[in-house]
Ligand binder design. Sequence first.
Ligand SMILES: [Zn+2]
Length: 477
Amino acid sequence: MLMNSIIKIPLLLSCLLFLSCSSPSPPINVILISVDTLRPDHLHCYGYSRNTSPNIDRLANRGTLFKRTVSTTTWTLPAHMALFTSLYDSVHGVKTGNTRLDLERTTLSEVFKEHGYATAAFVSGPYLNRHFGFNQGFDQYQDLTDAQIPAELMFQEDALSGETLKDFIEGKQKANRAAHRSITSPIVTEAVLKWFETMEQPFFLFVHYFDVHYDFIPPGKYATLFDPEYDGEISGENFIRNPMVQPGMPQEDLNHILALYDGEIAFTDYHIGLLLDDIEERGLSNNTLIVLTSDHGEEFFEHGVKGHQLNLYEQTLRIPLLFSLPGRVQQGREIANLVRIIDVGPTILELADLSVPPEMMGRSLTPFLFGRMRGPAPPAFCELKTARKDLYGLRGEGWKVLYNKKNRRWEFYRFGAKHGEARSSRLPVPDRFREKLLDDLRTYKQMGNTLPRKDHQRSADLPPGLRRKLKDLGYIN
Ligand SMILES: [Zn+2]
């Protein structure tokens, strides 16, 4: 017996060594999904009462959900750039619609490409245009913003009743192209499923859904899913410019707008479900990391305005974030710690066993995903620069400080159990938070200026078509 054991142990050890040297675990695939304008508090898995998100919930159940995640800003272009570069907006430098990413910057997709991954992106909003530098590192970058939905896809949603997608598009979309009416989720999912047929592994795939972004005109049954009894005058069309959608509007009309927003979420969730089903059917689930997030939220007059890109309050700064990788990422776990959109990139790279470029500013969240905890994160820096706004903020665990550089106005909040941000909770700003914010602002601006500019930091000369689209969306004049 004893003799046998002595012989067996070295054998076992050498077998283990042999295994670990000769057959390392195969690289994982990565799918990063961004649902534009998605407020976490409107998802069922984040505690929302309406069943808006059965498929996103499914993903949350088999993964880890971060309850408090903040973006770097409250609009599409800089936030997605922060997602891809793991840099704050002042550092990556793409803070306005007339800038593009410096070629010297490293993106998540570039790291995957360098390590032999197939890289592909399917996007559906004008601020994800390749013109801004988003295509850096992608073998394939498909922009489906203007795609027309082919007939067979229009009827794929078998639950549509009465009004089909086809009727919807032909009848309404053509009538007024000035508002943001495109329906793209079906075609985004379809394009990805088509790509799956010829894809090579391992892959890094980015999928961007845009239907949750205003206008709120969900097709078919989704138009009446959450308030079928409404018989008022308000519609989700022309959301930004419609003067009837204003602070103090009748509560039932505002509730209808919210029901339409939720309808867009449910519609998009359905198409994410088709994608998840296909991943399972192809047997990719166990070897594919799926990450779902957003770029910013949406405000419905909680602070007196509608839409986003207007302030840095919680309704537009907070985003959902969940990771699923069966066998590695803990299932059904919720993390209450504050985390940031810039942490997503380093986390994905670590899960894929790739080294994180030192310039990336985020910190990996993998300890949380493996069931451990981490010390408190540095406060999240956020900013918003437009023709009319020059806003900065720091969001820490349980507090937030905001600075309006134009009128030198400061705001400070402490968050209680409800995590509200009512005007009444405004407090005097402690000096140390004021100093920390100004200090961070100086540091990040300086970091943003350290790259050789030369020809790299080109100003983005918008092509006329793209300019028109952004104008239609109400982003530029
Ligand atoms: Zn957006």
